[in-house]
Ligand binder design. Structure first.
Ligand code: FES
Ligand code: FES
Length: 158
């Protein structure tokens, strides 16, 4: 066991777990933050998509020892706080478009969408069809069409 300190959703946390435990299990099982979902555990399904230092990443594939005290992790639970609102504009768009079916993949989908919009904005451009094609998060319920509409809609509010 070893101590690891980092920031999650604006709060500094310290956990006592072995170095090679994946961050997804630290979030879910140690910290009780269950928005990031477990699908594959091998960085394929993207159900666990969250943000590290504002960029999308998949905590199922990151060892807790690789997260440092200066790293800021944001999960779906902390997304609205990044805009100081009850809901993030992307979450509002998700509701507006009634995107979710079973809902399992949707936290990861929203986190991927927000990271994508922030990335294209930083590049000084608008989101394109190719950008939307680049979202690789798997949805077993097949909500892909509504996801694409919601990303475009949500981007307008960001
Ligand atoms: S559970 Fe993380 S990518 Fe599938
Ligand atoms: S809404 Fe069911 S897996 Fe995406």
């Amino acid at each position: 066991m070893a101590q690891h300190t980092f920031t999650v959703n604006g709060e500094s946390v310290t956990v006592d777990v072995a170095d090679d435990v994946r961050l997804l299990w630290v979030l879910r099982d140690v910290l009780g933050i269950t928005g990031p979902k477990y699908g594959c555990g091998i960085n394929v399904c993207k159900a666990c998509t969250s943000h590290i230092n504002g960029k999308a990443f998949n905590p199922c594939s990151v060892r807790v020892a690789d997260i440092g005290p200066d790293d800021e992790v944001t999960t779906i639970e902390g997304l609205a706080d990044t805009v100081d609102a009850d809901l993030h504009p992307m979450q509002e768009a998700w509701i507006e478009r009634d995107v979710a079916q079973c809902g399992y993949c949707q936290p990861g989908q929203i986190m991927a969408a927000v990271a994508l919009v922030n990335k294209v904005r930083a590049e000084g451009r608008a989101i394109t069809t190719a950008d939307l094609d680049g979202i690789r998060n798997i949805c077993r319920c097949g909500t892909y069409h509504r996801i694409r509409e919601a990303v475009v809609e949500g981007a307008k509010g960001m």
